[in-house]
Every structure is written in structure tokens, then in C-alpha cells.
Design a protein around this ligand. Structure first.
Ligand SMILES: Cc1ncc(COP(=O)(O)O)c(C=O)c1O
Length: 367
């Protein structure tokens, strides 16, 4: 039997088949670290309440498991369309918003296309562009992580198509950038603007109403963050139905499984629970931000999301290791350039945040 992990020295049977431009691509990797408190992936710290899980499980048990799920997730699309005040044809569902990003790039991967994004941002835009063999161009943010509108315009390809991804708020830096600077892109010929609002529920800021008036705008949202449904993998797009049709051309037929479809429908019926969890996280964000700002040698950046980016004068590695020794896992983003000595912490429960802050200061505490 071949080993689970390929021997780096051994000849690779795939080499004659694999696309040359994928040969040195590293598969997406999440480093396994031992931890008690997980504040590294911008998830909600609140699991779905038992009655909501029971309702989902009950609805799933009532389905026929020998049948494929609804390939168009129509009930879920209708529920979302109703909630958002758009027609059902404007809503497309993905196995996480990652899948919609991949589908869009895949379907639009013309030889004259370019994927453009301000950087640093959500890494999947670049990774998926590369996977599809599309040119990718990152336009650097300013040193305080604001949008450099001129730099972004300069990164556009003048003679082809541009798929511009804006994470709003931006992951990992945290803030929603100037609305007008972003909206200006909608008037540039050859630009499709994809507004990734994965953290919308925390920011309350959106481009959704602009979908009505701009057929070159796609808004992406997800159930993985504020809805606390990361395990179920549900994301959605809202756009002119033509763009939903574009993704449908490359979408696998049963991309969203039946459990995820009923789970998402169930949680949509429990707005009050989502709103309560959201309020707790936003209150905690202010407390954590204030506490971080009081720490000597820590610089924070403004945030509209459920995480905070900060820079540590003593060095990101030292902070990361000290926290991990205390059982707290955050994200070490340290790399040369704008993110030098930067780390990102997801807002957890009040008790988790207290342990994080104590560990940051080198104090011991129990959760
Ligand atoms: C900006 C942004 N977009 C999309 C995603 C992916 O979300 P999903 O779980 O819906 O694939 C993430 C996840 O961290 C994100 O930060």
C-alpha cells in the first residue's frame, strides 16, 4: 500500500498528468495545535442550542436518505429571497461561500481575465485563482490597512475582464473600507465586483441594495460566522440571476447536502437566538479592543467584524507561543511586509476572552 503522505524524495506518478502551474502549490493546510480555547478561525463561539439541533435532526430524519437532495435548494433559496426582499432567481447556494468563489473564478477563467483583490485579504481569492489558472493581482493596502483606491485601480487589467474581490469587512484586517471608493469600481468597464460580506452581521454594512441597480455586482454571505453553522457549510450569493446561472454552469449537481439545507432553514426560523449571540460577540469585541489598547507594545487596528488584528512589539511568535502554552489558539499572521508581527484573535465567549487577555499579559487564569 502507498503511504498516507507522499515521500518528498520518491518519484511522483502524477507528475506527467498534473498541470505545470500547480506543481509547487501547497494544499490548504491548517496546522494542528493542541488548545483549550479556539480563537483562530473567526467562528462563532456559540454552538447551536440543543432545541435547534433537535429540530434540525428531526427535519432531517423525516427526509428520505436514499434520495438525492434538492439540486437547486429551492426551499432555502425561497426563504433567503423572502428575508432579503429579492426574487428567488437572484439567490444561489454553495457548499460554503468558498465554493461560490471557486465556481465564479472557474466559470470566468478566460485567458484575458484577472482576479484582483486588495491585500492582505482572504487568501482563498488568490489560491482559487491559481487553481483555475487565472492571473491574480494583489493591490497592497496602506500601512494602516486602509484601501488604496488608486493602487487598486492600477491593478486592473485595462484590456480584459477583472473579477475584483472585496472582503467587507476585510479578513484579516477587520474594517469595512470607504463605501464610495468601493462603489466607484462599479462604474469601471470590464469590472465584476464581488462583495464578500462573510462578516456582514457584525458590521451591519452592506452593498445588498446596490444589486438591484448594478448588474456587475455580486454579494456573498455565509452561515459559517454569525449564524454559528460553520460545520454545515452553507454560503450564498445574491446578484442578477444571470450570475447565478454562471455559477450553475460549473456547480456540481447536488452541492449542498440535505442536512445542511434543513439546518439552514431551521436556523433562519430562530432569528432571536442568532441576534442574541451576535450582541454578545459585538459587546465583547469592544471590551477586548479596549483591553488590548491598554497593553503596552500592542497596536490594534479598527474592526467591524468578530475578530481583531493586532501587532505585538515583542514579536508575533513570542505572543503566539505564550498563548498556546496557556491553551489559547489564535492566528499568527506574521510575514514580511504589512503584516509583520501581526496576529488575529477571534472574539470568543466572555470567559474565553478573559483567559486570552490574561495569557497575553503573562498572567495565569482558569476558564
Ligand atoms: C472573507 C471570507 N469569505 C469567505 C469565507 C469562507 O466562508 P465559508 O465558510 O462560507 O466557505 C471566509 C472564511 O473565513 C472569509 O473570511
Amino acid at each position: 500500500m502507498p503511504p498516507d503522505v507522499p515521500d518528498p524524495q520518491a518519484p511522483r506518478p502524477s507528475r506527467a498528468f498534473l498541470r505545470d502551474d500547480l506543481a509547487d502549490v501547497e494544499p490548504y493546510h491548517v496546522e494542528p495545535h493542541r488548545h483549550r480555547i479556539k480563537l483562530d478561525a473567526n467562528e462563532s463561539p456559540y454552538d447551536a442550542p440543543p432545541d435547534l439541533k433537535a429540530e434540525t435532526a428531526g427535519a432531517f430524519a423525516d427526509l428520505r436518505w436514499n434520495r438525492y437532495p434538492d439540486p437547486r435548494a429551492r426551499r432555502l433559496r425561497l426563504a433567503l429571497a423572502d428575508r432579503l426582499g429579492v426574487s428567488v432567481g437572484c439567490v444561489g447556494i454553495g457548499n460554503g461561500s468558498d465554493e461560490i468563489i471557486a465556481g465564479l473564478i472557474h466559470a470566468l477563467a478566460r485567458p484575458d481575465a484577472r482576479v484582483v483583490a486588495p491585500e492582505p485579504t482572504f487568501s482563498m481569492y488568490g489560491i482559487l485563482a491559481r487553481a483555475a489558472g487565472v492571473e491574480y493581482c494583489g493591490a497592497p493596502l496602506t500601512p494602516d490597512f486602509e484601501l488604496d483606491a488608486d493602487g487598486l485601480h492600477a491593478a486592473l487589467r485595462p484590456d480584459g475582464t477583472n473579477i475584483v474581490f472585496i472582503s467587507y469587512p476585510n479578513n484579516p484586517t477587520g474594517a469595512c473600507w470607504d463605501r464610495d471608493a468601493i462603489a466607484n469600481l462599479l462604474d469601471v468597464p470590464g469590472v465584476l465586483l464581488v462583495l464578500d460580506e462573510a462578516y456582514y452581521e457584525y458590521s451591519g454594512m452592506t452593498f445588498l441594495p446596490d444589486v438591484d441597480t448594478h448588474d456587475n455586482l455580486i454579494v456573498l454571505r455565509t452561515f459559517s460566522k454569525a449564524f454559528g453553522f460553520a460545520a454545515l457549510r452553507i454560503g450564498y450569493m445574491v446578484a442578477d440571476p444571470d450570475w447565478v446561472g454562471v455559477v450553475d454552469r460549473v456547480r456540481l449537481p447536488y452541492n449542498v447536502n440535505a442536512l445542511s439545507q434543513v439546518g439552514a432553514l431551521t436556523v433562519l426560523g430562530h432569528d432571536d437566538r442568532v441576534a442574541e449571540h451576535l450582541r454578545w460577540v459585538v459587546d465583547e469585541r469592544e471590551r477586548v479592543l479596549e483591553a488590548l489598547n491598554a497593553v503596552e507594545g500592542i497596536e490594534t487596528f479598527r474592526t467591524d467584524a468578530n475578530f481583531v488584528l493586532f501587532r505585538a512589539r515583542e514579536g508575533a511568535d513570542a505572543v503566539f507561543t505564550r498563548l498556546l502554552d496557556a491553551g489559547v489558539l489564535i492566528r499568527n499572521l506574521d510575514r514580511p511586509g504589512l503584516l509583520r508581527d501581526c496576529l488575529r484573535v477571534t472574539i470568543g465567549t466572555p470567559a474565553e476572552n478573559t483567559v486570552f487577555l490574561a495569557a497575553l499579559l503573562g498572567e495565569s487564569s482558569a476558564v
